[in-house]
Ligand binder design. Structure first.
Ligand code: SAM
Length: 201
């Protein structure tokens, strides 16, 4: 159980179609699904006060670790939710989100679990409902199987891809990169990081 405080939204369903009332402004909303300990989204929120950020994490034990860090920084543009993204459309209305970040999502290697992968066509259809028309999904992983699967699923679902790289840390996109906890670990191990942006026309 995550203790009540100012940074965690415990009843996210009540903000569906009115997240702007929580933030007190109409700035675009960017979310990270599966934020883990939250380093990435905290760094982005600190450097982009013109954007509202929501970090979503399925497990309380992991969210608690993010909260420990969150308490040390003053930010009015960042909230956390303990929530399973499976039910994303219960908390975000049509075109409510401008960008979705997926970082080092769980690979679910067994074929029969493919639907659970956060880049499956099933999840893309959830994102399709709550993303703005010009919204985008930005995905990073070191897992080649998951990356290839994600490219295929995006194509099947009719999404387009841009800024695709199989080696982010030796690419033109490195300048703007913000590292996640998992990314630091995998880069230290010498694993190439794959990245893509998916969007609809
Ligand atoms: N993004 C972080 C990073 O790059 O350091 C953490 C990566 S970790 C491998 C994946 C995280 O996604 C875990 O914390 C897990 O609990 C969370 N997660 C997995 N499935 C989820 C879902 N359906 N909804 C929300 N979070 C989920």
């Amino acid at each position: 159980m995550v203790a009540a405080n100012d940074y965690v939204v415990h009843d996210p369903e009540q903000y569906k179609e009115k997240w702007n009332t929580l933030f007190g402004n109409d700035h675009p909303i960017h979310i990270e699904i599966g934020m883990g300990k939250g380093k990435f989204i905290m760094q982005l929120a600190a450097s982009h006060p013109e954007i509202n950020f929501i970090g979503i994490e399925k497990y309380s034990s992991v969210l608690l670790r993010a909260l420990e860090k969150r308490k040390e920084i003053e930010l009015s543009n960042l909230y956390f939710i303990r929530f399973d993204a499976e039910y994303l459309n219960n908390i975000f209305g049509q075109e409510e989100i401008a960008r979705i970040y997926l970082n080092f999502s769980d690979p679910w290697p067994k074929d029969r679990h493919a639907k659970r992968r956060l880049t499956s066509k099933e999840f893309l259809s959830k994102y399709n409902l709550c993303l703005k028309k010009d919204g985008e999904v930005i995905f990073k992983t070191d897992n080649r199987m998951l990356f290839d699967f994600s490219v295929e699923e995006a194509k099947i679902a009719g999404w387009k891809l841009r800024d695709l790289t199989y080696d982010l840390h030796h690419s033109e996109y490195l300048d703007q990169n913000v590292m996640t906890e998992y990314e630091e670990r995998f880069v230290a191990m010498g694993n190439p990081i794959h990245k893509l942006t998916a969007y609809r026309d």
